[in-house]
Design a protein around this ligand. Sequence first.
Ligand SMILES: NC(=O)c1ccc[n+]([C@@H]2O[C@H](COP(=O)([O-])OP(=O)(O)OC[C@H]3O[C@@H](n4cnc5c(N)ncnc54)[C@H](OP(=O)(O)O)[C@@H]3O)[C@@H](O)[C@H]2O)c1
Length: 238
Amino acid sequence: MKKVAVVTGSAKGLGKAIAFSLVEDGFTVVIHFRKSKSDAEKILNLVRKKSPKSIIAFGDLTDEKQVRSMFLQVYKRFGKVDILVNNVGNFLYKEFSKTTNSEFRDIFESNLYSAFLCSRAVVLNMRKQKSGHIINIGSVGAETMTVTEKSTPYFMAKNALYSLTKIMAREEARYGIHVNMISPASLETDIFKAEDFPMGRSANYSDVVKVLKFLTSNDAYYINGANIEVAGGFIPGM
Ligand SMILES: NC(=O)c1ccc[n+]([C@@H]2O[C@H](COP(=O)([O-])OP(=O)(O)OC[C@H]3O[C@@H](n4cnc5c(N)ncnc54)[C@H](OP(=O)(O)O)[C@@H]3O)[C@@H](O)[C@H]2O)c1
């Protein structure tokens, strides 16, 4: 049976690029969506040409019940998850004093709780398999306690996601599970100009995908609990 990967938030953006690349590498992929159902269906049509068993799966990943039900469906169908990519995460550019409770909660929960809930939903089965990769998508500056103006909850959540990555790796390494984080700077979709970046351009999805391929390969066997920045020298706030 082919290896199975779940990529959260893969109906668009970085998640979509990761899902396509995993399909190219022979994986059966679970394309997860919350609101972007028609995008997910379009992707599935393309993906199935190469990976006929791939599926789409719905869930608000800040809601534990929905997370459970999504992974129940995945395990019923495939019996395993080899790679979980915790890609979901919203961004908010707003002054702290104007941020509402629900905005703060959404940024925190979509970036941190979703990764916690999804990881917890796969980890016991990965232990039984004695293998599995969890990749958390962070953001540049996550491991240096960066907090920039107008994006405080986002950076707080990504800082905490880095702690979660380290703790999960420490607890799960003995079971053959790898937990790592990839932290991009602004990606292709973002509003910055090319000259804002030390290397003259923002990160491409493929820059991130290549690191994910490495981290989930045997060559990266002894890398666990690491955060790899894909930021071309960019430092938030500088
Ligand atoms: N874009 C950048 O410049 C950049 C830079 C650094 C790091 N990152 C990180 O890279 C990752 C992907 O970023 P992106 O810009 O490609 O994402 P995006 O296009 O903004 O998409 C966000 C994704 O999260 C999903 N989502 C949001 N809230 C959700 C919830 N409660 N439950 C389930 N799904 C939810 C959305 O799904 P639906 O549309 O289906 O609701 C969507 O697929 C994020 O973790 C982000 O922090 C991005």
